[in-house]
Design a protein around this ligand. Structure first.
Ligand code: HEC
Length: 148
């Protein structure tokens, strides 16, 4: 019995760690459109590499990333001089912890050189706030414009 409890605990811990593994979540849910290296794909999805770090210096940018993964966004978006027009799905089915993990993966892996020196990892609470008061597409676009 003791042994069973022990392996159950181990399985639980492994499950939790797995659930918040930002790279695994990215590869499973985001890479098909944004590409495994975050370079984006013409006509499909904008890059997530080298385009998001500076936004973290702005309060609007900090609201923008949790907001877009919770609410999704469709329409025209200009990135690095290219116009993308596609659908960013909502990822509401993922937990706050999973979404924080995937955003932190995107920021620390693909945007590290541009992060502000005092950058603090995105917290699950910030996802919870976006979920509680889902931003409109208009708000998301305004936050994006204000954080560059
Ligand atoms: C079906 C394709 C698709 C998938 C899958 C997808 N995205 Fe997107 N994403 C887009 C598109 C298209 C846009 C641009 C939306 C627009 O034009 O309004 C976008 C925009 C974004 C942006 C804003 C980029 C910027 O420059 O402002 C972020 C951040 C983002 N996605 C993160 C993610 C994350 C994290 C995941 C996985 C959990 C993900 N996306 C999965 C298509 C996708």
């Amino acid at each position: 019995m003791k042994r069973l409890m022990c392996s159950l605990t181990l399985a639980l811990v492994a499950g939790l760690a797995g659930a918040n593994d930002g790279k695994a979540i990215y590869d499973a849910n985001c890479a098909a459109c944004h590409q495994p290296d975050g370079a984006g794909a013409l006509g499909l999805a904008p890059p997530l590499a080298g385009t998001l770090g500076k936004r973290m210096a702005f309060a609007e940018g900090r609201k923008y990333l949790p907001g877009i993964v919770i609410a999704g966004l469709a329409g025209k978006m200009e990135s690095k001089g290219v116009i993308y027009e596609g659908l960013m799905p909502s990822w509401q089915q993922l937990s706050d912890g999973e979404l924080a993990a995937v955003l932190n993966h995107v920021l620390s892996t693909f945007n590290a050189p541009d992060l502000p020196a005092d950058f603090q990892a995105i917290a699950a609470d910030e996802l919870a706030a976006a979920r509680a008061k889902k931003p409109t597409a208009k708000e998301l676009r305004a936050w994006r414009a204000a954080s560059q």
